[in-house]
Ligand binder design. Structure first.
Ligand SMILES: C[S@@+](CC[C@H](N)C(=O)[O-])C[C@H]1O[C@@H](n2cnc3c(N)ncnc32)[C@H](O)[C@@H]1O
Length: 336
């Protein structure tokens, strides 16, 4: 897998580069942390959840992932599921401890905690998403690729009727930004109870009591509702940093495809993946879905798949090894 690329450390808004598990965990600690991943305080594990994990592991073991990975046209080393870099940020125990500290800081000093990727990126993601949704609701062609046959979305008429879910919401500040842009049906989820408590406290303090927050693990989601817009800022990155990152990423796409309403969009902001890598990951997911559909004669309206819509172009770029790229990318995918 491509190396982990974190944003620069010169911005005071950005968290420091995370240590890797190899640096910080003894073997014993690692197995405790890994156990804490599978023992969910809120819901407990269900047979369905375990089955999803088994299914994703089978996809990897069956070579689909390896085959799909070899399709990468990136100039980087070919991704190898056995060489995924891991970090403490892949563990729920890390986030629980981190948000427990943030909550103390909030109560003692009123601090909001980390703004991942910085204030500017957060503002860009919010305004860019608003513009995209407005254009979609007004029937404009929002597709970057002129060959893509975009059919105007009837999913929502305006921002106030557009439901938004932010997965791995952390302190929930992105949802506050979206509220300022005119969205009103806003929900944030995170598997860390501390994050949800912090996000609720901040939303009330800052005058956004209408934003809903609930504890939910996106890989084993208990949400039975679909949303017009699903936001992810740094959550897929964190999920991919778990030692079982490749399996969990497969579970992620399965789960998220059930959370986005038909005609709705998924907006991912990542610093660990380039736009092209995300596009490839989506293509791999689509292939798996279509294959499963062919096998399932009973299936009716076709599998839920994603198509690339557009990406943010305004992030500053850097040159590295003769290649130009951004430290952060934000990409929108349309669900069929
Ligand atoms: C890098 S932080 C980003 C937080 C927030 N989105 C932001 O931009 O400030 C990653 C977040 O994802 C959450 N997270 C990681 N894995 C998750 C999962 N499986 N389900 C729900 N939340 C998860 C973590 O608790 C953490 O809040």
């Amino acid at each position: 897998m491509a190396g982990i690329r974190w944003p620069p450390e010169d911005s005071e808004m950005l968290p420091p580069r995370p240590p890797t598990t190899a640096d910080l965990f003894s073997d014993d600690d690692r197995s405790v942390a890994a156990d804490s991943w599978s023992i969910k305080s809120e819901y407990g594990s269900t047979l369905d959840d375990e089955q999803r994990h088994v299914d994703a592991a089978e996809v990897l073991a069956g070579g689909n992932f390896a085959a799909a990975a070899s399709d990468y046209s990136s100039d980087k080393d070919e991704p190898d599921a056995s060489e995924v870099e891991t970090s403490m940020l892949g563990f729920q125990s890390y986030w629980n401890a981190s948000y427990a500290e943030d909550l103390v800081n909030f109560h003692e000093h009123g601090h909001a905690g980390e703004i991942w990727f910085g204030v500017e990126v957060m503002g860009t993601v919010a305004t860019w998403t608003k513009n995209l949704c407005e254009n979609m609701s007004q029937g404009r062609n929002v597709a970057d690729d002129s060959n893509f046959k975009y059919e105007s979305s009837e999913a929502f008429k305006d921002l106030s009727s557009c439901s938004v879910l932010d997965i791995g919401t952390g302190n929930g500040l992105l949802l506050q930004e979206l509220a300022k842009q005119g969205f009103s049906d806003l929900t944030g989820t995170d598997y860390s109870e501390g994050a949800i408590s912090l996000a609720r406290n901040l939303a009330i303090r800052d005058g956004f009591p209408q934003i809903s927050f609930l504890v939910d693990d996106v890989l084993e989601t208990k949400l039975d509702r679909k949303f017009h817009v699903v936001m992810d800022k740094g959550t897929l990155d964190a999920i991919g940093l778990h030692p079982d990152g490749p399996v969990k990423r497969i579970m992620y796409w399965e789960s998220v495809s059930n959370l986005v309403a038909p005609g709705g969009i998924l907006v991912i902001t990542s610093c660990n993946n380039t736009k092209d890598e995300l596009l490839q990951e989506v293509e791999n997911f689509n292939k798996r879905r279509r294959t499963a559909e062919e096998l399932d004669q009973e299936a009716g309206s076709g599998p839920a798949v994603f198509a690339y819509l557009d990406h943010v172009r305004s992030y500053p770029t850097i040159m590295f090894g003769g290649v130009e790229g951004s430290r952060v990318c934000t990409v929108a995918f349309l669900r069929n």
